[in-house]
Ligand binder design. Structure first.
Ligand code: 7TS
Length: 414
């Protein structure tokens, strides 16, 4: 039987691609354990954006001159890269947005306002980032639809046994869930949720902002209807994200933003909309940012998403083993094999902000807060947690420094 070697990743050499690590903070090398908030940028992405501005920059889709054509090619090339990255059928289904948040708002407003009403049900999970919770809560409120919640168990995994009870007495129209939880790292069974949504005639909306940096995201395999991404979470620039949507749904939807670039014809009496994807891309787009987004996808693609996932699993397994030995620590989330490289935790009686500040003095950057997941924080009965998150440039010494730092916090404040 053929044995296929699992892809491996050399975090140390990858790290050399990231200029941010050349600096010190509080006299210490940077241990950046906050990639779930936003990932650092490799030289390859920075260079691609700089080269684009220096040699190919103009506004897109309007110039007849050579430079504008070159800019348009680069922008549309980036759309093609994203299309392949999520295994979509057509670039017409890829809409550039400012980030995942705008992509999810686009769906909630453009699809939700025209398709939801009294008696309808929108299902979200208790694990959602506010970006995939608040828009649905708001649009449900405006249309008279009801918002229902898929709860989680104590390990932070979705409770799927009572899904049919959840559906009782309502007309399920939307199921919206993240693929990976940014707060506790849970990898959610999106295929199963999609199948359940479709059984009920609902659409499936996937927030892949936290999944796409870490594992392959394939809209065909997930069998969803919409999927949202952010560039900055996968080593690309801020200010750009993407929505993938099924063409037949996008065709029927009203535009989200109105103005230049998204029209077919404007007269005093009425305006008609442009074709997909431009109908949803009003105004000058994030042109250089899209080029950087594509460079980031190429970069993580060269490293390999399977290798990145494997690397994070090793780190998270090792870190969790050592962290649970710390007296008074509570960690949240499922076992390592069902989570991405994220560990949320609390130290008994010590405020997360104090933990993060003391770690910072040793150059260790973690996030402390509610991670834009207040319903999840309520479920765990806490106002905030500490969160350490790992990525392709994380090296094992950073876990050592985190664990040593936590022991120090305990000595100082425990
Ligand atoms: N969905 C998930 C699962 C996320 O992790 C984030 C960002 C968003 C949506 C929103 O992304 P944006 O690019 O539109 O802002 N998550 C985080 C975080 O965990 N800490 O800061 C941002």
């Amino acid at each position: 039987m053929a044995v296929t070697a699992k892809p491996k990743l050399d975090a140390r050499s990858i790290r050399a691609d990231f200029p941010i690590f050349e600096q010190q903070f509080h006299g210490k090398p940077l241990s950046f354990l906050d990639s779930a908030a936003s990932a650092q940028k490799p030289r390859q992405v920075l260079d691609a954006m700089r080269a684009f501005y220096e040699t190919s920059y103009a506004n897109v889709h309007r110039g007849v001159y050579q430079l504008a054509e070159r800019a348009t090619e680069a922008y549309e090339g980036a759309r093609q890269t994203i299309c392949s990255f999520v295994n979509a059928d057509s670039t017409r289904e890829i809409i550039f947005t400012r980030q995942a948040t705008e992509a999810l708002n686009l769906v909630a407003y453009s699809w939700g306002l025209n398709n939801l009403g009294p008696g309808d049900v929108v299902v979200v999970t208790e694990l959602e980032h506010h970006s995939n919770f608040v828009p649905w809560q708001y649009i449900a409120g405006r249309t008279g639809a009801e918002l229902r919640l898929i709860r989680i168990d104590d390990a932070g995994e979705l409770e799927l046994d009572n899904l049919d009870e959840l559906a009782a007495g309502g007309n399920i129209k939307v199921v919206a869930a993240n693929y990976v939880s940014n707060s506790i790292g849970t990898v959610n069974p999106v295929e199963r949720l999609s199948a359940w949504a479709h059984e009920h005639g609902a659409i499936m909306v996937v927030d892949a902002a936290q999944a796409a940096p870490h594992r392959p995201v394939d809209v065909q395999a997930l069998d969803c209807d919409f999927l949202a991404l952010s560039s900055h979470k996968l080593c690309g620039p801020t200010g750009v994200g993407a929505l993938w949507g099924r063409r037949e749904l996008l065709e029927k939807m009203e535009p989200f933003n109105l103005g230049g670039h998204m029209i077919r014809k404007v007269t005093l009496e009425r305006t008609t909309w442009g074709e997909l994807p431009y109908k949803f891309e009003a105004g000058t787009g994030p042109i250089a940012e899209a080029v950087g987004f594509a460079a980031a996808i190429d970069y993580i693609g060269r490293v390999g998403l399977e290798a990145i996932e494997e690397h994070e699993q090793t780190l998270v397994t090792n870190a969790l083993e050592r962290m649970i030995e710390i007296d008074g620590i509570v960690t949240y989330g499922p076992p390592p094999e069902r989570r991405a490289g994220i560990i949320s935790f609390n130290l008994d009686g010590i405020h997360p902000h104090d933990v993060a500040q003391i770690l910072d003095l040793d150059g260790v950057a973690i996030r402390a807060g509610h991670h834009c997941c207040q319903p999840l924080m309520s479920r765990f009965n806490v106002a905030a947690t500490n969160r350490a998150s790992f990525y392709l440039y994380t090296v094992p010494e950073e876990i050592d420094r985190l664990v040593e730092g936590l022991h120090k916090v305990k000595r100082m404040l425990g």
